[in-house]
Design a protein around this ligand. Structure first.
Ligand code: AR6
Length: 170
């Protein structure tokens, strides 16, 4: 039987029992609002200490830490672009977030990884375009490599869920 390698769920990414969850971080990697705030709160203060030692992260890149109090063993922190209208390489930078995160997952032999919609909250990236990029980059990557074995897209609201569902059904 063919194993399904891409899944979609609706909910809070901090509750997931997976090898790694991805965080929509900022360049400092020292926490913030949105999913970043929720992940730091759920993982506990040790995460902040490990993040301090990472000395930040460039937009479009990713760094890995432990998951601490989360069920997830690892957190892959990636820094999405702020949306300025689309003329400042935002789509390429977002694609790079997915590529860098998936590459780290592969290098760390992560079986299951869950992504929120990077940049689609406070950073203002249009959700439909972001979902197209997320799905394209993921499919391209998993067609080439056997790790991660499974990628889960986590939609936080009904609109995002429908956007992903329509695209994944195509
Ligand atoms: N689980 C899953 N998805 C979530 C959760 C959650 N618990 N909470 C929010 N989302 P955002 P960004 C969704 O704003 O746009 C922070 O301050 C949310 O609905 O968290 O990349 C950082 O420190 C949206 O679709 O991240 C940066 O400064 C998506 O996650 C900045 O925000 C991303 O929304 C990054 O902004």
């Amino acid at each position: 039987m063919k194993v399904k390698r891409v899944e979609l769920i609706k909910g809070d990414i901090t509750n997931l029992n997976v090898d790694a969850i991805v965080n929509a971080a900022n360049n400092s990697l020292l926490g913030g609002g949105g999913v970043d705030g929720a992940i730091h709160k759920a993982a506990g203060p040790e995460l902040f200490i490990e993040c301090e030692n990472l000395k930040g992260c460039t937009t479009g890149q990713a760094k890995i830490t432990k998951g601490y109090k989360l069920k997830a063993k690892h957190i892959i922190h990636t820094v999405g672009p702020v949306w300025y209208g689309g003329y400042r390489d935002e789509p390429d930078l977002l694609a790079s977030c997915y590529q860098s995160s998936l590459k780290l997952a592969k290098e760390n032999k992560i079986k299951t990884i869950a992504f929120p919609g990077i940049s689609t909250g406070i950073y203002g990236f249009p959700k439909d375009l972001a979902a197209v990029i997320a799905i394209n980059e993921t499919k391209r990557f998993i067609n080439k490599y056997s790790y991660p074995q499974k990628v889960i897209f986590v939609a936080y609201d009904d609109d995002s869920f429908e956007t992903y569902r329509n695209l994944l059904d195509k």
